[in-house]
Design a protein around this ligand. Structure first.
Ligand code: ATP
Length: 326
């Protein structure tokens, strides 16, 4: 069986979700409605999305191409860290590049959902995700064909390893979440840049919110800045828009409509979308198809399934939950 390998370099966080009628005042103790924990972080979510979209729910590999998914990141030497690694391994993810930070704590997001107002308050502790520091470390696994980055680990590590992955001949996907303007020279090391609408506004430093009509011009702007192959902007329920360079140097742009569905919770829709595209690139030998429309149709279908369920990682679908919707 042919193997493609995806490495996801990014964050691992444990979400601690407390639902409460209201937030207590200083000094007050309040009995809350519920408490749940879940694994998350954009890196781990995207690794799980890659692995699930390369497997059926029963763990079988549905076609002739097996995809290996490696997670590269860090957790603490605490109970969260051990449980996290076990959970990733249950999803067929190689965790040999997940460091355990001695005496470190796994990153956590304490999410307080105030039921009366519907408002969320989040206390984010990066923990082990930031223990790696800013001194450039080589994190790119040798066997990876496709390397996927987000922005929840130290920025200098992201920059250094994008350049390293490019130099090693890997296909580099960057999902700029959460967004911060990028150094101009970095664009030329990125094969595929994926943003949502607000991230696109931050990257192009625009005070005018992106509209669908603006997409052709904005997509071309990102390719002009140096993105090597494809720029994709996700548009929520409206799907996504792509601009891709052709072999003869022209640029093809297209809006690929999202799937209509009943929305329960959109958390991790973006991560599912990115993971789905990484799988398509890996299956296509480490590059996008000349016409990526069907790849975006698949990514929209996978992300639409994720919004039908509550939670982040828990909502990411398996391949056989997506294919009936294509
Ligand atoms: P999130 O932060 O919620 O994970 P995001 O802001 O990064 O998402 P979006 O553009 O909101 O990214 O959504 C990513 C993809 O998820 C979309 O391109 C689309 O395929 C799918 N999607 C999101 N919302 C909906 C929806 N309401 N109905 C159908 N598909 C959706």
């Amino acid at each position: 069986m042919v193997k493609g390998t995806i490495a996801v370099i990014g964050s691992l966080n444990v979400d601690c979700i407390t639902r409460t009628p209201r937030v207590p005042s200083g000094g007050e103790t309040l009995r809350v409605s519920s408490f749940d924990t879940g694994f998350g972080g954009k890196g781990a979510n995207q690794a799980v999305a890659c692995a699930r979209l390369a497997h059926n729910k029963d763990g079988s590999v549905p076609d002739t191409m097996e995809i290996k998914v490696s997670m590269v990141g860090a957790v603490g030497e605490d109970i969260f860290g051990s449980d996290f690694i076990s959970a990733l391994e249950k999803d067929h993810i190689d965790t040999s590049h997940v460091q355990r930070i001695p005496d470190g704590k796994t990153g956590t997001a304490n999410i307080i959902v105030e039921e009366d107002s519907g408002e969320n308050r989040i206390l984010f502790f990066p923990g082990a995700n930031y223990a790696i520091g800013d001194d450039a470390k080589d994190l790119v696994p040798e066997d990876a064909d496709v390397v996927v980055f987000q922005m929840e680990i130290p920025f200098q590590q992201v920059i250094h390893n994008i350049k390293l992955a490019h130099k090693k001949g890997k296909y580099v996907i960057l999902n700029t979440a959460p967004a911060t303007p990028l150094p101009e020279d970095l664009y030329g090391y990125i094969d595929c840049l994926i943003t949502n609408e607000s991230e696109a506004d931050i990257l192009r430093e625009s005070s005018q919110p992106l509209r669908v009509d603006d997409c052709p011009a904005v997509c071309k702007q990102f390719l002009d800045r140096g993105v090597r192959d494809v720029y994709i902007v996700t548009l929520g329920a409206q799907g996504a828009y792509y601009a891709k360079r052709s072999e003869i140097g022209t640029i093809n742009c297209k809006h690929v409509q999202g799937q209509k569905t009943k929305v329960v919770d959109t958390t991790a829709a973006g991560d599912t979308f990115v993971g789905a595209l990484a799988v398509k690139v890996a299956k296509n030998g480490g590059k996008f198809s000349a016409d990526p429309t069907n790849d975006l149709v698949f990514a929209n279908a996978a992300a639409a399934r994720s919004v039908e369920k509550h939670g982040a990682m828990a909502a990411i679908p398996y391949l056989d939950e997506v294919t009936p919707h294509l």
